[in-house]
Design a protein around this ligand. Structure first.
Ligand SMILES: NC(=O)c1ccc[n+]([C@@H]2O[C@H](COP(=O)([O-])OP(=O)(O)OC[C@H]3O[C@@H](n4cnc5c(N)ncnc54)[C@H](OP(=O)(O)O)[C@@H]3O)[C@@H](O)[C@H]2O)c1
Length: 265
């Protein structure tokens, strides 16, 4: 089954990863991932979302660092650039984002443990597949890669998406007061406004999908395609559900706002 790198373990896990994308696409037709506004007792134990996010994302950092520094080319320039991108990304998603989250005092446990556990498979695989490819199998990652149009365009797209994602995360976070500021201003949820929320309900997801598109391009690897595919498989249906939810819960929800793609959908 050596179809990509020639390493049977890597190639088998890569195939399994794409199998997981397939099952995620099917699963998302039937289930709304149970966290946040769609968290439910039906799926068992629920955690504080700050703990849930931290635990779920942790393997992306741990497995990446573990496999990265075991790689033969770990200290080459291009893998080190990728390492820097990864560290900044997961410092935000795995540590800063959960630390800054503002939890509604009346609904502290909204993150189902089942989401954390299924997330572990994705985040651990994602860390492994990318770290090993960057440091072992990525034959094109010589210094020339930094001047290759795929790297230049890909990294520009990645950071455009990343900035959209963190800006939108920050707009939505500020809808709730800090824990020290007392009760929520206007109930558990309110309508986000400004920035890319003018155009779509879930610009944080749009930013995430754009960022991983850029990542797949600037790393030019199937490991990058895997994280893009599984992100899209999760976030496109959730963007549709979020949009439907806002329209059902807010009579004054802006009619011209689309779900995920400005002016289109
Ligand atoms: N790569 C991937 O596969 C993947 C998958 C999922 C998420 N993500 C990323 O992770 C980040 C968070 O995702 P998410 O699905 O949790 O997004 P989210 O719906 O934006 O929720 C983020 C935070 O904002 C709160 N919030 C949401 N809508 C609100 C509103 N209308 N009023 C007040 N507070 C509100 C949520 O509270 P509650 O928890 O109480 O709802 C939560 O604390 C996003 O940047 C997303 O792109 C990535």
């Amino acid at each position: 089954m050596a179809w990509y790198t020639g390493n049977i373990t890597y190639d088998t896990l890569l195939l399994a990863a794409f199998g997981l994308v397939f099952f995620t696409i099917i699963g998302m037709c039937f289930v709304k991932t149970p966290y946040g506004r769609f968290g439910t007792e039906r799926f068992g134990i629920r955690l504080d979302p700050r703990l849930g996010w931290f635990l779920m994302e942790l393997p992306a950092t741990l497995s990446f660092l573990f496999f990265f520094f075991r790689g033969r080319n770990a200290f080459d320039a291009v893998p080190l650039v990728f390492l820097a991108v990864w560290i900044v990304h997961y410092a935000n998603r795995g540590f800063i984002f959960p630390l800054k989250m503002r939890v509604d005092p009346g609904h502290r446990r909204t993150f189902n443990l089942a989401v954390v556990m299924s997330g572990w498979i994705v985040t651990a695989l994602h860390g492994y597949l990318n770290a090993v490819y960057f440091t072992e199998f990525g034959v094109r990652y010589t210094l020339h890669w930094l001047a290759d149009p795929r790297f230049i365009v890909g990294i520009a797209v990645y950071y455009a998406g990343y900035l959209l994602n963190i800006h939108s995360d920050s707009v939505i976070r500020n809808l709730r007061p800090r824990q020290t500021e007392g009760e929520p201003r206007s109930g558990r949820y309110s309508i986000p406004r400004g920035g890319a929320f003018t155009y779509v309900t879930s610009p944080q997801y749009l930013g995430e999908i754009i960022a991983w598109t850029g990542f797949a391009v600037f790393t030019w690897s199937l490991a990058g395609v895997f994280i893009l595919a599984i992100t899209a498989a999760n976030l496109i249906p959730r963007a549709r559900e979020n949009h439907r939810w806002y329209r059902e819960h807010f009579a004054d929800y802006p009619a011209s706002r689309r779900a995920l793609v400005p002016f289109l959908w």
